[in-house]
Design a protein around this ligand. Structure first.
Ligand SMILES: Nc1ncnc2c1ncn2[C@@H]1O[C@H](COP(=O)(O)OP(=O)(O)OP(=O)(O)O)[C@@H](O)[C@H]1O
Ligand SMILES: [Mg+2]
Length: 251
């Protein structure tokens, strides 16, 4: 099983949109794929999950439920969800209590998931850099950073790179792999987007590959209709091509 996390320490850059879309694409191409909603906001779960939950990710982490009890089937073929209840959920409580002293909590969970025969696990994270985010990045094979084309993009990538460097040093590891940046919601009419894209390319050097996702109302529409992007027929060809390219490269 391969595990991939979406992470950037800024809100609203498309982490959830791209995590759900990547997971659905992997599920349709490669078989059983699990999306773990590890953001206390629960946005991915509100998108493709069920309205009422018996158990959530936090219950598994607190060992109040097993993974098998908490995992949900979704409408998308091959896609499963380990959900997080938004308001009123317990993930924040876990993050602020046990997770702090348990940097391998997500690594143990992923081991359990791998034993269930999933081909891929994709993890959606909050914009924070707390105990859950660190434990997740430490547990995955690869991390992807989405950014939007505003003035924060370069700083955002630098902050992430610094966080990753500190985590690797403290935990004495060179994992996870990190070589993909997704420049999301690019609008060709906005001059700054072109400038930011050029600046990111200049900064990336040989090590980072950059994917360009256009501004596309299909993301918001899919979320509103509780469908994956793949289930809509109004998605831009360039959006589909970008999701296909990212998926092919993480596979
Ligand atoms: N390529 C895009 N084109 C247009 N809108 C987009 C695009 N990507 C994401 N959005 C919209 O931008 C908003 C923020 O996206 P999303 O929730 O995926 O970001 P996020 O990084 O997960 O946010 P948070 O940090 O709060 O978890 C959503 O309304 C989403 O529909
Ligand atoms: Mg999100």
């Amino acid at each position: 099983m391969k595990t991939i996390a979406m992470s950037l320490q800024k809100g609203g850059v498309g982490k959830t949109s791209l995590a759900v879309s990547l997971a659905a694409e992997l599920a349709s191409l490669a078989g059983a794929t699990l999306l773990i909603d590890a953001d206390p906001q629960g946005s991915a779960s509100a998108w493709i999950g069920q309205e009422s939950l018996n158990y959530e990710l936090a219950d598994v982490l607190f060992e109040r439920a097993t993974f098998a009890e908490a995992v949900l089937k979704t409408e998308a073929p091959g896609l499963f969800l380990l959900p997080t209840a938004g308001l009123g959920g317990d993930l924040k409580a876990f993050a602020e209590s046990q997770a702090k002293d348990d940097p391998f909590c997500m690594r143990r969970l992923i081991k359990d998931v791998a034993a269930q025969g999933y081909a891929y696990t994709v993890i959606d994270l909050s914009p924070g850099w707390g105990a859950i985010e660190r434990a997740t990045v430490l547990a995955v094979d690869e991390v992807l950073t989405p950014v939007m084309g505003d003035s924060f993009a370069l700083d955002g990538l630098q902050i992430f790179a610094d966080n990753l460097k500190t985590l690797r040093r403290r935990m004495e590891t060179d994992k996870p792999k990190y070589n993909k940046v997704i420049l999301n919601a690019i609008d060709g009419r906005i001059k700054q987007h072109g400038e930011v894209l050029r600046a990111i390319k200049d900064n990336a050097g040989e090590t980072l590959k950059i994917y360009e996702v256009p501004v596309d109302p299909a993301f918001r529409m899919a979320q509103r209709k509780h469908l994956t992007l793949q289930a809509l027929n109004t998605v831009k060809a360039d959006t589909r091509a970008a999701v296909t390219a990212i998926t092919a490269d993480v596979k």
